[in-house]
Design a protein around this ligand. Structure first.
Ligand code: SF4
Length: 311
């Protein structure tokens, strides 16, 4: 199995900084408040927001993003106040700049907007871009392309655009059209937020079927790192507060995983939602956050918890 760890991959996650112990733990009297080892913006989100800032400063106006740039209503609201619109369809834009978010889009979407003289700024995460290039390369080399991912996810729609009309999207091994793929040269690319276990089961199911099997492991480990860190924390504390947008799938998943470990888990969008009653008797409180939660919201949550605990 070839991984996406070659020269094309760009920045590596090993560079993603863990929170230092000093930043991670504060006290409020007898209560310790601990932030998960990995929490908040991932590389791709941070980069997309930086690109958006640059567009606000210098790109042709008006500026719009194709879908919310991140799943965080506070950040999207702040950008709206600065004139950045969110559109669902590129045809809603007839001038200025259109920003493609981290999930990426099919090449036809970018081509269509550019043909109408829209300035397209591409904030596709470099890890997603690797998966897109691999999908296109498999199609060009004549492989039957299998995309492992969520059928309705925008990243998968973008990958389909690179993989071509014959590509098959599956969410798990059970969905594989085995007879259609039997005896063929099969190439696999993976939505960046899939789990390694799901990829392993799809690869195992294809191995005896395909004449030749080429698997590009294009999974990015930012999500897994946040999930593992939140679960570790959940096992050590009396209460977990998960902070981030309710429309953020990765944040909601963190809350779900933590709740399975510690039933006193609360998902909030902002510190203002915290309730003192949640903290009764707690000696250790954990704070976890998804890849679309700004540091400012994590910090505000820690501060509010300190105040509620009398620190
Ligand atoms: S989760 Fe990974 S692939 Fe997705 S935006 Fe973040 S860094 Fe990029």
């Amino acid at each position: 199995m070839e991984t996406a760890g070659g020269a094309e991959r760009g920045p590596r996650y090993d560079d993603e900084p863990e929170r230092s112990q000093e930043l991670r733990e504060v006290r409020a009297g007898d209560v310790r408040i601990v932030v998960a080892r990995y929490a908040g913006y991932c590389y791709g989100v941070e980069r997309a927001l930086r690109i958006t800032e640059e567009a606000i400063e210098g790109a042709e106006k008006p500026v719009a993003t194709l879908g919310p740039i991140i799943h965080n209503p506070t950040v999207v609201g702040q950008l709206a106040e600065r004139g950045v619109d969110v559109v669902d369809d590129p045809d809603e834009v007839d001038s200025g700049t259109l920003i493609v978010r981290t999930h990426g889009v099919a090449p036809s979407v970018v081509g269509g907007a550019r043909s109408r003289r829209i300035n397209v700024v591409d904030a596709t995460c470099p890890f997603v871009a690797v998966a897109q290039r691999k999908a296109a390369a498999l199609r060009e080399a004549g492989y039957a392309v299998v995309i492992l991912g969520e059928r309705d996810h925008p990243e998968v729609a973008g990958l389909e655009g690179f993989a071509g009309d014959g590509a098959v999207v599956v969410e798990e091994a059970r969905g594989l059209p085995v007879e259609r793929l039997r005896g063929k040269r099969v190439g696999v690319v993976v939505q960046t937020t899939q789990t390694q276990a799901n990829l392993a089961s799809v690869a195992a199911a294809l191995a005896p079927v395909a004449r030749e099997l080429l698997v590009y492991n294009t999974i990015c480990d930012a999500t897994e790192k946040r999930q593992n860190a939140a679960c570790e924390l959940g096992a050590e504390v009396d209460v977990v507060v998960v902070v981030g947008g309710r429309n953020s799938a990765n944040t909601a998943r963190l809350a779900q995983l933590c709740r399975a470990i510690e039933s006193r888990t609360y998902h909030i969008e902002s510190a203002a939602e915290l309730e003192a009653g949640w903290l009764t008797g707690a000696r250790r409180i954990g704070v976890a956050a998804g890849a679309s939660t700004p540091d400012a919201e994590i910090d505000a949550t820690v501060k509010a918890l300190q105040e509620l605990c009398g620190g």
